[in-house]
Each structure stands twice: as C-alpha cells, then as structure tokens.
Design a protein around this ligand. Structure first.
Ligand SMILES: *[C@@H]1O[C@H](CO)[C@@H](O)[C@H](O)[C@H]1NC(C)=O
Length: 358
C-alpha cells in the first residue's frame, strides 16, 4: 500500500515537473522570500474541523536497519528524531499533510517523535485517529505570553500568537530532548527527515538555509538602521536572511544561552518603537543572523505560496528538493478548494488527508 502511495506521489510530482520544466526559471531570492507561514489573511476563513474530517493514514513501519526504539512512546528514548510543529484549526490541514509527508518519506518513521504546540485543545483525538501509531505529545502554548509582548495596534492584533511558539520550544519540551527540527505547517517533506536531523550545527545553536543575496535591509525600519545602538548588533556578523519555517535547533545550547529571553528583549523594544515590520521573523534575525549553521537550500524550497491577491504562482528554486514550503500568502489547500491551484500545488495534494464534506 505504502509503495502505491509513494509511487503515485512520485508520478504526479514527475508529471508536474515535466509539464513545468520549460517554465522553470530562477528568480531573485529577495522576491521569493516571504518570511513566515502564518499570514494574516485567512483569519475570517477559519473553519472548524470535526474529528471525522480527516482520513486515517496508512500505517508506516521502520525499514530494516533502523535503530530500534527501546521504550515505545517514551519521549526520552535516544534513538528518535524529534520534530515540532504548531497545530491549530486554521492550518490543521497543512500540519496533517506535513506529518503525513514526513512519515511517507522517512526510512524509520516509527522513530520520529512529534511535538505539537497547540493553543486549542481537543486536537489530540484528531491526531491519534488520523495517525493511530504516531508517537507524539501535545503542549499547550498560552497565547497570553505573546499578547503581552506584541503591541496592540490593529494589524498586529491580527497576528497569530502561535507564530511565536517556536521561540518557546526549548522551555516547553522535556529537558531530555536535546535537538529538534522545527517546521511550519504549510510545507511537505519529500526526503528522509533523518538526513535533516543529522545536519552538523558545529558550534551554532540553530541551522537553516541562509540567503545571503536577499536584501537584509528591508526587514528593519529606517529608525532601526539609524540607531547605532540597535543596528550595531549586526557589526562583524555577516548577517544573512534565513526563513524560520525550517530550523534545526540545539535545545541544550538554546537553554544554556537563554535565547528565549534575548528574542523577547527585542520584542519589548519593538513594542515601544517600531524597529521592524510586523512578524515573528525579525527578532530571530536580530539574535541569530550571521550565527546560523548553513543547511542545503533543498531543505527549504520556500515561497510557493506566492500571492493570493495578485494570483501569482511561484516556481521552484534551482537545485535539489527535499522540502516544499508554501510560504507567502497563498496556501495550496485554499487554492485547490477554490479550483484555482498553482501548478506546484499538485505536489502538495498527495499528502492531503482532508475529507471534503459531502
Ligand atoms: C534594500 O532595501 C532597502 C529598503 O527597502 C532599499 O532602500 C534598498 O534600495 C534595497 N537595496 C537593494 C540593493 O535592492
């Protein structure tokens, strides 16, 4: 069964590639880059899923040669790959597809432990019904933690507090979890997640694909750049843009160096004076840009969300593809439902487990 799914996924991917091949072109990274996944435009389109609204995924088994998990269900078992995602009603369909994609492409899917950061309760049943053997844990993330830190202007009030949950992973997860892969909810993994897990971070606390050709200036305001005390933070750092939707995080170092507090400090400054445009990304850039272990760009083929308003579709960046990321304002499930998909949205569909209401 599994090979059929894989094979059909591969065939549809291959077909799309063939169809698209003539139009594949490179474009300037700065244009392609849209910072974070949880955009502000779909709040009104929020819809509630009932537990019956997802199909059950087929079972996934470890291949021969996987390090056996000793204590099944034990989060501290050392032989596991840890993945953290947020889970909320708005992006639920995306998160479920992301999990499904990871399981389908992992050689050792039973060795992946999922950590779900939630602000809504009641999602546990849905997860275990959709993925009966999944090893996972839910963590409640209190939105008030963030509401205190973001100013209450109308636009910012629309921001999803869960966008900021990635800043609190190190505090929320058990101390025995020493490394985690953080993933946004609008992506699918099309390679073995163990390869990403095995990335060397060297002395660095986080790893992510870096984009040194992107215009770094635009993420911060003129006021920020003219204040030497602030902008001096980047002196001697060779700061490059990176997307916070795919990160490998050394949680021990994060805890040791207190990065949560460092990020919060910048958010407090932002609350009083505008040093960047809104988003959860800039404080990460302030703290980590220039101190990021580079990861192959194939692990974040981002920008596929394009722009819903303009109806623009994006192509893949040149090079290998291990992860497809629909960052930007368009989401594949919304475009597919409205029968106006972008060509690459067909690469997301094989992982969709949502049952359309009859
Ligand atoms: C980078 O962005 C800033 C601010 O938006 C702009 O003023 C500047 O011209 C841009 N630089 C390049 C090389 O595009």
């Amino acid at each position: 069964m599994q090979w059929i799914i894989r094979f059909s996924g591969f065939v549809s991917a291959a077909l799309v590639m063939i169809v698209l091949a003539p139009s594949l072109q490179s474009f300037h990274p700065a244009e392609a880059i849209r910072s974070h996944s949880h955009s502000h435009s779909h709040i009104d389109g929020r819809f509630r899923h009932r537990t019956s609204s997802f199909r059950r995924a087929s079972e996934f088994r470890n291949a021969a040669g996987c390090v056996p998990v000793q204590h099944s269900g034990d989060v501290c078992d050392p032989a596991q790959v840890h993945v953290a995602l947020t889970l909320d009603f708005e992006y639920l369909r995306g998160s479920i597809a992301a999990v499904h994609s990871i399981l389908q492409h992992a050689s050792c899917p039973e060795s992946v432990f999922f950590h779900f950061l939630v602000s809504d309760t009641n999602l546990k049943t849905l997860v275990s019904q959709t993925f009966p053997k999944l090893k996972f844990k839910l963590y409640y993330f209190d939105p008030e933690i963030v509401r205190k830190l973001i100013s209450t202007s109308v636009r910012q009030a629309l921001e999803q507090p869960l966008n900021y949950a990635r800043n609190y992973i190190a505090d929320m997860l058990e101390p025995c979890v020493r490394r985690v892969i953080y993933l946004d909810s609008d992506l699918v993994v099309v390679d073995d997640v163990a390869k990403l897990w095995g990335t060397s971070l060297g002395e660095k606390t986080i790893g992510a694909p870096e984009y040194c050709h992107a215009n770094f200036t635009k993420y911060f305001t003129g006021g920020f750049w003219s204040n030497r005390q602030y902008s001096g933070i980047f002196n001697g750092r060779n700061a490059c843009y990176f997307n916070t939707g795919v990160m490998v995080i050394d949680l021990e170092k994060w805890r040791e160096f207190g990065y949560t507090k460092r990020i919060e400090k910048w958010m407090e400054i932002q609350k009083n004076e505008r040093i960047y445009e809104l988003g959860s990304l800039p404080p990460f850039l302030l703290v980590f840009a220039g101190h990021v272990a580079p990861i192959d760009h194939g692990w974040n083929q981002h920008g596929l969300g394009g722009d819903n308003v303009k109806g623009s579709c994006r192509d893949l960046h040149p090079g290998p593809v291990s992860l497809l990321h629909w960052s930007g304002s368009g989401k594949p499930w919304l475009r597919l439902d409205s029968k106006q998909p972008c060509p690459l949205d067909a690469l997301w569909s094989p992982y969709d487990l949502y049952k359309q209401p009859l």
